[in-house]
Design a protein around this ligand. Structure first.
Ligand SMILES: Cc1cc2nc3c(=O)[nH]c(=O)nc-3n(C[C@H](O)[C@H](O)[C@H](O)COP(=O)(O)OP(=O)(O)OC[C@H]3O[C@@H](n4cnc5c(N)ncnc54)[C@H](O)[C@@H]3O)c2cc1C
Length: 456
C-alpha cells in the first residue's frame, strides 16, 4: 500500500468521477489531495437538508440499473452498499388513463429470456405492438455498434421506425425508458446511445435491468463515504477549495492554483469537472488545441424535480411511470428512504422527476405547482383529498450531457497531450451516457492512466 506514497496526485472536482479516481488511487497507495469548490461533495449527485423540515432532499432522483457494475463496485468499496436497494429483476408499474400495466421480468425463466415477459405482458401496447417490440429488441440484439459508425449520426427514433416501430410502441415503451435514462426525447438521442442502453440493460441477465435506488440522501450515500475512504488511506479532501486553473510550463502541468492564490504541486493531476469547467482550468492556447476543442461542442440537458409533501399517503409503490401525462416518473421518497416512522413524514414525500425538462425549466414555482398538483390529483385519487404541507422545486439546468447524433466524437479520452494531466468526468470517453456509472468509469480509467504514467 505504501510503495507509491511518495507520489502525490491532485484531483480537481468532488463529484463521482473525482471521488472514484481518488478512491482508486488511494487504494493503489498514492497520496491523494482532492479539491472541491463547493462546501460539500457529490457534484451533480448531492443532497441537502430542507431548511424548513430538516429532511434530506436529493438534487434529483438518482436510480441505477444492475448493469452499472463500476458504480456498484464503488459503493461496495467505500462501504455504502447497505444504503442502496437492488432488486433481482426489472419491475415497474406504468399507469395510463387510470389503468395499470407492468414492465415485469419473470422470476422463473432463466437468463436474458427472463426479460421477455416484460415486453410480452406489457398491457399498454396492443398484441401487434408487443410483437413489434419483440422484433425491435431482436434487431437491437443483432445491431453492431462500433466507434464512428453511422449509428452515431442518426436518431434512435429514426432507427426504431426503420425497424418496425410505430407511434404506439415509441411513446408507450421506448421513450418511457429513453427519456429518463438519457435525459432527452427519443427523437433527439443518437441510435448508438439508444442501442447501448437496451443492449446493456435489457439484453443481459435479468439482474442487469433491475432498478436500484438509494435509501439515504445522495451526499450521505457516496460523498461522505468516499471522503472517509480517501482520508483513512492517507489522502486529503479539501472542500470549499475553488481551483482557478492548472499552471502549465513547457507542455506539462506544474501545479494547481486556487482562487485564494495558494499553489499546490503534485506528480500528476486529474481534472474531474464538467467539460465547460475544464475549459476554464486550462490556458486558452491549450484549450484551442485540436485535442481539447471538440469538448466545447458538448451540450447539456435540464432536469426539474418537483417535491410535494402530502399530509397522508397518496401512493403505495416506490416508483411508478405515468403515460400521456406531464408526470413522467413519480417517486415515493418516504417509502424509498424507508422513513415511514419519521416524524417529518407522517404523510408522504413525493418527487416527480422531469427529464428533458425544456418545457418546464423556465416556469416559476407557482406555475409548476398549479400543473403538477392538479395532475397528481387527476392520476392518484388519494392526492385529490390530501393537503399539501410543503412544495419545493429543484432545477438542474445542466443536469447531463446530451447524446445527440454526432456528439460521441466530442468526448475526450482520459489521457491528454499535456504532461501529467488526466481527464475524468461522465462526459469523457467511457462508452456510457451521462450517468453515475459513466462518472465512476471515467474516474477508474483516469486512475489507471495516472498509475501507468507514474510507474514509468
Ligand atoms: C437531477 C439529476 C438527476 C440525475 N439522475 C441520474 C440517475 O438517475 N442515474 C444516473 O446514473 N445519473 C443521473 N444523473 C447524472 C449523474 O448525476 C452525473 O452523471 C454524475 O453525477 C456526474 O459526475 P461527475 O463527477 O462526472 O461530474 P459532477 O458531478 O458535475 O462533478 C464535478 C465537480 O467538480 C466541481 N468543480 C467544478 N469546477 C471546480 C473548480 N474550479 N474547483 C474545484 N471543484 C470544481 C463541481 O463543484 C462538482 O462537484 C442525474 C443528474 C442530475 C443533475
Amino acid at each position: 500500500m505504501s510503495t507509491q506514497s511518495a507520489r502525490h496526485v491532485a484531483i480537481v472536482g468532488g463529484g463521482l468521477a473525482g471521488l472514484s479516481a481518488g478512491v482508486a488511487l488511494s487504494e493503489q497507495g498514492f497520496q491523494v489531495t482532492l479539491f472541491e469548490k463547493r462546501p460539500f461533495l457529490g457534484g451533480r449527485a448531492y443532497s441537502f437538508s430542507d431548511p424548513e423540515t430538516g429532511v434530506e432532499v436529493d438534487n434529483g432522483q438518482h436510480v441505477f440499473v444492475g448493469a452499472c457494475s463500476s458504480y456498484m463496485q464503488f459503493l461496495h468499496k467505500i462501504g455504502a452498499w447497505q444504503n442502496v436497494r437492488m432488486p433481482g429483476r426489472l419491475e415497474a408499474r406504468v399507469i395510463r388513463n387510470g389503468e395499470s400495466a407492468w414492465l415485469r421480468a419473470s422470476s422463473w425463466i432463466p437468463g436474458s429470456a427472463a426479460n421477455l415477459p416484460a415486453l410480452l405482458g406489457y398491457g399498454h401496447i396492443s398484441l401487434r405492438g408487443r410483437l413489434r417490440l419483440l422484433y425491435g429488441m431482436l434487431r437491437i440484439r443483432l445491431a453492431r455498434r462500433k466507434p464512428g459508425s453511422p449509428l452515431e449520426q442518426e436518431t434512435f427514433e429514426g432507427w426504431l421506425r426503420r425497424h418496425g416501430q410505430t407511434d404506439e410502441t415509441l411513446s408507450r415503451f421506448w421513450n418511457l425508458i429513453v427519456l429518463p435514462a438519457l435525459n432527452d426525447d427519443i427523437s433527439d438521442v443518437s441510435a448508438d446511445a439508444g442501442l447501448m442502453l437496451f443492449q446493456t440493460a435489457l439484453l443481459g441477465a435479468p439482474s442487469k435491468a433491475a432498478i436500484g435506488y438509494p435509501v439515504v440522501g445522495l451526499s450521505r450515500l457516496s460523498g461522505d463515504a468516499a471522503e472517509r475512504f480517501i482520508t483513512e488511506n492517507g489522502g486529503e479532501v479539501r472542500k470549499a477549495a475553488d481551483v482557478a486553473g492548472f499552471r502549465t510550463e513547457n507542455g506539462s502541468v506544474r501545479g494547481i492554483e486556487l482562487t485564494s492564490g495558494e499553489l499546490v504541486e503534485a506528480n500528476a493531476y486529474v481534472s474531474a469537472v464538467p467539460a465547460v469547467a475544464m475549459a476554464d482550468l486550462l490556458p486558452e492556447n491549450l484549450i484551442e488545441q485540436e485535442f481539447f476543442s471538440p469538448a466545447s461542442e458538448i451540450e447539456t440537458a435540464p432536469i426539474v424535480g418537483v417535491h410535494i409533501w402530502y399530509d397522508r399517503p397518496v401512493l403505495d409503490d416506490r416508483f411508478v411511470a405515468v403515460l400521456d401525462s406531464p408526470l413522467q416518473w413519480v417517486f415515493n421518497i418516504t417509502r424509498m428512504h424507508e422513513r415511514e416512522a419519521d416524524e417529518h413524514d407522517s404523510g408522504q414525500h413525493i418527487a416527480i422527476s422531469l427529464s428533458g425538462a425544456w418545457q418546464w425549466k423556465d416556469l416559476g414555482k407557482a406555475e409548476l405547482r398549479e400543473v403538477f398538483v392538479a395532475e397528481m390529483a387527476r392520476v392518484f385519487p388519494e392526492a385529490d383529498d390530501a393537503a399539501i404541507t410543503r412544495f419545493i422545486i429543484v432545477k438542474m439546468l445542466d443536469a447531463t450531457f446530451r447524446v445527440v447524433p454526432g456528439s460521441e466524437q466530442n468526448r475526450l479520452p482520459q489521457e491528454t497531450p499535456i504532461g501529467g494531466l488526466f481527464l475524468a468526468g461522465d462526459w469523457t470517453r467511457t462508452g456510457w451516457p451521462s450517468t453515475m456509472e459513466s462518472a465512476v468509469r471515467s474516474g477508474n480509467l483516469a486512475a489507471d492512466a495516472v498509475t501507468r504514467y507514474l510507474s514509468t
